[in-house]
Design a protein around this ligand. Structure first.
Ligand SMILES: Cc1cc2nc3c(=O)[nH]c(=O)nc-3n(C[C@H](O)[C@H](O)[C@H](O)COP(=O)(O)O)c2cc1C
Ligand code: SF4
Length: 640
């Protein structure tokens, strides 16, 4: 990549330093807290945590706010691999993180948070303001007693002491997103009749008590920040007027900074919006909170356009801009933007693989940046530079080409189509995949910066593949089984062909396969066709993450897509499709069928390129989805 140091005047507001209570921020970029699940089971920090934060501080953020950190072992912890500050044994690990951040020139912040009713871990106690589950069907929490509330206040005091001892310069208390302190603020989740419920002052009491003890532990030289909603995005929840009152009270009680967000777990889709939703930023809540409180504010929530980020600062709507997913995808975003290299930023595509994994108890990884969370696995520089031919310029081939070129190998990429991108390129035709074209532009530029030689529109054959290492990255096959389609008189298309001909399909269409690709095709077709979606299992495929489900399922039903589970297509004769649905035979007539289950590449196909120097990566090896694909490419690249 180019190493231009050209100033970027259009980002002057983002570049401006800031000072508060003697703490100096080098710019206005904030790493928003994002529980990545890299901690040890006891809550202590691991090298995975430390190097992940070091990389983002080295990437140029002014302030890094380390993810939600639990304060006690009696129910404050939301996630199985969450970071803890609940006992003194956590201090050494926390200090490793704080030192890594500070050594790279960023201010080290830490978020303390009690999960309250939104405990993702299924074991152990679950406590809240009132016995109200965060959603119907979720566990009913126990109502906290006054003694327990006092204990939690003390826990925040103790955790602050530990964080200060570890070297953090800013503590943020989580009072947003439906967690415990937010649940006390909001009347719909706080039905108490004691001093902690009812009136505005009573609902605010717990937060102010926590703020008071944290302020006392922080002393005059460290900063206290509160993460606060601008709107709960809930029926019966608080809105910007009430939160402006809360913000004023916080300013009167020693808080230095407010980090403005919105939503709770019930509004998960809008809180961390996937690519299907547009213009879902929460930046608009920052200015009223700033005005009401008179405090500096951090704007957050899907601020993915840095020109807009700069405008928010320049127009006085906010003092800092927080980025979670954009920095998860590209830790060097601030340095690139401020260094005049915005085009070199690897753009988050809002696939929400990261948060889908976190919510299902797994470590968060990024589907387009396999280095995220693996910063601690240092690459040994290869001993010799080799020549590498990569066949297939989909995400796997591109990823491997970029990493091996970065390691000093000479790389040639072969693509039979006239543009790179593979399945990503095909998917850009789907109306809601509007984040993909920017990623493809990034890949095209990045391959050029990395000096990868690209042959487009060419089928690599044995004669052209003379390099020392041959990498097969030809992706999945999307063919339709002949035994099913041979007697059909209607078009029976594979997924890729169907996407290319979306507008030409009409009337009644059967889409086979309830993985993400099938659902997306069904939804795209439902704007102009009557669609039946048939899935052979009893649920959608696992590649449909929680956030995608929250948006796609209502969209399917709004567009009247007829979804049939346990539906196995047996044969198509003429226009008639024979299926077994829930064990019962069934026939129906369609005007076309789209067959979306991926077919694994055959051994014969791989063998045609055979040789001891052959490596296969990505979906042609059976890997599924973007995350597995890029991770498999990265693993192989590291081994060359
Ligand atoms: C995997 C993941 C974990 C998150 N963990 C936290 C957290 O620990 N604390 C918090 O306040 N917000 C958390 N968030 C929310 C983010 O801070 C941020 O508000 C949200 O992702 C929207 O901003 P973005 O578009 O910059 O990602 C998390 C988000 C993601 C994607
Ligand atoms: S996994 Fe997807 S949503 Fe998460 S940071 Fe990476 S690209 Fe963005």
């Amino acid at each position: 990549m180019s190493a231009s140091k050209a100033p970027a005047p259009q980002f002057a507001a983002l570049a401006a330093p800031f000072e508060l209570r003697g703490v100096n921020f080098r710019n206005r970029f904030v790493q928003a807290p994002m529980c990545a699940m890299y901690s040890a089971p006891d809550g202590s920090a691991t090298p995975q945590n430390v190097e992940y934060y070091r990389a983002r501080a080295a990437g140029g953020v002014g302030l890094s706010i380390v993810e939600i950190t639990f304060t006690d072992d009696r129910g404050s912890r939301a996630f199985p691999a969450e970071l803890g500050a609940h006992n003194d044994m956590m201090i050494p690990g926390l200090s490793d993180i704080a030192e890594a951040i500070r050594s790279e020139g960023a201010v080290a912040g830490l978020q303390l948070g009690h999960c309250g009713p939104q405990r993702v871990i299924s074991e152990g106690p679950i406590v809240a303001a009132s016995p109200i589950p965060w959603m119907a069907g979720k566990r009913v929490p126990l109502e906290l007693t006054i003694d327990q509330i006092e204990q939690i206040v003390q826990d925040h005091s103790d955790a602050t002491r530990r964080a200060v001892q570890a070297g953090f310069q800013l503590l943020e208390v989580h009072a947003a997103h439906g967690y415990l302190l937010n649940a006390f603020l909001t009347p719909s989740t706080n039905h108490r009749t004691d001093n902690y419920g009812g009136s505005f002052g009573n609902r605010l009491r717990f937060l102010l008590e926590v703020v008071a003890v944290m302020r006392a532990e922080l002393g005059p030289k460290r900063l206290l920040c509160v993460r606060l909603n601008g709107d709960d995005l809930l029926e019966g929840g608080l809105g910007i007027e009430e939160y402006s009152r809360v913000a004023r009270a916080l300013a009167d009680n020693g808080v230095d900074l407010i980090h403005v967000s919105a939503g709770t777990y019930r509004a998960m889709d809008r809180r961390i919006p996937p690519m299907y939703l547009r213009n879902e930023t929460f930046a608009g809540y920052a200015a009223p909170i700033r005005k009401a409180s008179g405090l500096p504010v951090i704007a957050s929530g899907t601020i993915h356009d840095m020109v807009e980020a700069n405008r928010l600062l320049a127009d006085g709507e906010a003092d800092f801009i927080a980025l979670a997913r954009p920095l998860f995808a590209d830790p060097d975003l601030p340095n690139k933007v401020l260094g005049g290299r915005y085009a070199e930023v690897l753009p988050c595509i809002r696939c929400n693989t990261c948060v889908g994994r976190e919510q299902s108890g797994k470590r968060a990884y990024c589907s387009i940046n396999p280095k995220t969370g693996r910063e601690y696995q240092k690459a040994l520089p290869p001993k010799t530079s080799r020549t590498i031919s990569v066949v297939g310029a989909g995400p796997a081939g591109i990823q491997l080409a970029l990493v091996t070129a970065e390691h000093g190998h000479r790389v040639t990429l072969w693509e039979k189509k006239d543009r790179i991108g593979g399945q990503l390129l095909a998917a850009t035709r789907l109306p809601f995949k509007h984040t993909l074209p920017r990623l493809l532009r990034y890949y095209e530029s990045a391959l050029a910066w990395a000096n990868v030689t690209i042959h487009l529109g060419k089928n690599a054959d044995a004669a052209s593949l003379t390099d020392e290492v041959i990498v097969l990255a030809t992706g999945a096959a999307w063919w339709v089984p002949l035994e099913i389609s041979r007697s059909a008189t209607i078009p029976v298309l594979g997924a890729e062909d169907a996407i290319a001909r979306l507008e030409q399909l009409s009337r009644r269409v059967l889409v086979v396969g309830g993985a993400l690709v099938g659902i997306e095709i069904a939804l795209a077709l439902s704007s102009h066709c009557a669609v039946v979606l048939a899935e052979r299992d009893s649920d959608y495929d696992d590649d449909v993450n929680l956030h995608a489900r929250l948006v796609l399922m209502p969209a399917l039903s709004k567009n009247r897509v007829n979804v049939r589970f346990n539906a196995v297509v047996e044969e198509i004769v003429g226009r008639t499709v024979s299926m077994t649905v829930e064990g019962r035979k069934f026939t129906d007539e369609f005007d076309s069928v789209v067959w979306t289950p991926r077919q694994r590449s055959t051994g014969a196909r791989i063998a045609s390129y055979a040789g001891s120097n052959l490596i296969a990566i990505g979906e042609c090896t059976g890997a599924r989805g973007l995350l597995e694909t890029t991770a498999s490419a990265y693993r192989s690249a590291m081994a060359i």
